[in-house]
Write a new protein. Structure first.
Length: 256
């Protein structure tokens, strides 16, 4: 009932997997000052994670409603369906690039929608040059996030599944929000055994409140844009305790 009351009027009642819904969400991001500042902060840290110099292209998987290209000029935007904002329609599990063709791959809230993460990690390792970067911003598991994702978020959030894969459904409705934590935290030793070509260089948990208060792309904003700085300062005070409070994490891997 709470999700229904807070649903954004532009996408309320629309099919989540429809391309039209994703395109409308681009307008939502642009029209919600608080949410746009969240994305700008995310895109800044993703861009900073890339190697230098950028002598080869960078691929964004799941461009969707975003605007990361403003931060990474050599970015190849992509998605699983056609949108006016993407340069390529592709599957993350079968990338149409030759070996070592990319400086890196960037993703924002995409990895946990991939039903076969092993296939993607192998493809990313093939396409990214040695020393290149795979960086993603993803949901993270903490005491706080388990409560929030379990009550206010429609996507599955299964910490206890023994496998990484999940059944194929819609491109956006199919998900396991706990998948990044499962692979890179719970099953880290298994990941390192299976994917020795990857070095996990950084996991930075954060943003316990701001995305929630922004309403995201599917709900109304709970805070005006001018309060963004206050909430960022408050979150900074919680930095020592982010293992308990974070809702997201920046995860960075380097191609050996």
């Amino acid at each position: 009932m709470l999700r229904s009351l807070l649903a954004h009027p532009l996408t309320h009642g629309l099919e989540i997997d429809a391309p039209e819904t994703t395109y409308l969400r681009r307008r939502i991001i642009q029209e919600k000052p608080f949410l746009k500042q969240v994305y700008r902060e995310w895109y800044t840290v993703l861009a900073q994670a890339l190697p230098s110099p950028l002598d080869k292209p960078v691929l964004e998987i799941g461009t969707g409603a975003g605007f990361l290209k403003e931060f990474v000029p050599k970015l190849i935007t992509s998605d699983v369906f056609y949108l006016p904002t993407v340069a390529a329609v592709l599957s993350a599990e079968q990338l149409p690039f030759p070996a070592a063709a990319l400086n890196g791959i960037l993703m924002t809230n995409v990895f946990h929608h991939l039903p076969e993460p092993r296939a993607f990690l192998a493809e990313a390792a093939r396409c990214i040059k040695p020393g290149g970067t795979l960086a993603m911003l993803e949901p993270w598991v903490t005491s706080w996030s388990r409560w929030i994702y379990g009550r206010l978020h429609p996507e599955p959030f299964d910490l206890d599944t023994p496998v990484w894969e999940f059944p194929r459904r819609g491109h956006l409705s199919g998900a396991n929000g706990a998948l990044p934590w499962i692979i890179f935290k719970r099953d880290r030793s298994q990941f390192e055994l299976e994917f020795s070509e990857w070095q996990l260089t950084r996991i930075l948990p954060g943003m316990p409140f701001r995305y929630l208060l922004s309403g995201g792309v599917s709900m109304r904003s709970l805070m005006p844009g001018w309060t963004f700085g206050f909430w960022r300062r408050l979150e900074n005070l919680l930095t020592p305790w982010m293992d308990h409070w974070a809702m997201f994490a920046l995860i960075t891997l380097r191609r050996r």
